[in-house]
Design a protein around this ligand. Sequence first.
Ligand code: SF4
Length: 322
Amino acid sequence: MRRPSARVRFGRLHIEIQRQNVKVRGGPDGLHLFDRSNGFNALLDEVQVPRDRWSKAPRQVSIALTNLCDLQCSYCYAPKHRSALDVDVVGSWLTELDSAGCLGVGFGGGEPTLHPAFAEICGAAARDTQLAITFTTHGHRLIPRLLDQLVGSVHFIRVSIDGVGRTYERLRGRPFQNLVTRLRDARQLAPIGINVVVNADTVDELNALVELAEEVKASELLLLPQQPTHAVNAIDAPVKRKLTSWLSAAKPGVRLAISEAGAQGIPTCDPLPKEKGLRSYVHIDASGYVRSNSYAKEGVAVGIEGVIPAIGRLRAAIGDNN
Ligand code: SF4
């Protein structure tokens, strides 16, 4: 049976798309097609999109809904002052970003599930926009009641897991087996990914983390080489060497990804090499400041004029010419 089709006009180019849900984004690398319902991504890199038709929004946005967290990890760099975003404000930002070509939002914190309207925010975002909805969590609040409230509202769940077994329990102060149960339950709602900060504590547990990812049927293991913050130093040279050597030998049964900030010197595949800086990603913190990432010092308050003008002011402030 022929799937429903849609015609998309992009300047003089007409594309017939066999899926109604595909979103089209223009940028320096070409035309990017994306379907949040199944993760379909395609780049028409033979299409040269004039700069004035590049999407005004970054490809991906992360939003810290609240600074609250019920864990006390010693290396946490999240701001500790009480701050949380208003449901309607978040909704208006997401509508604006969606219509300006953004493809996805990742909610974080603090612990985003502690926002009193977390399920409502995800539901409205899924209903009112075409954005892919993801969130990053420590995982311990993914109980069946919350998962039921999120049905149909979330496309991917990222769970932060630093080490396994006793290492995890020492670093996070929570029982590891409870977490494994939460991961299995969450996998019934949406695909899950495991985020791991790579440092001296975790670098020797990468094989065990791959085994865990395979066991709970995670779709991705995202490596986050530790970045310097007020709480911790950057990953040091011996740990970086161990990580590089592990990567060159690893044959995991799960997709590996690595943060852009930690990927220097590591061979990676970047499908959108020209879409950099604020054109690729921005972070909005729980006080409503837009930043180039969650630990960047420079930030610009999002005013009543909206997110895109605030990104423009941040671009000028930090000299981002992308
Ligand atoms: S779970 Fe995350 S936000 Fe919470 S204390 Fe630990 S590192 Fe910080």
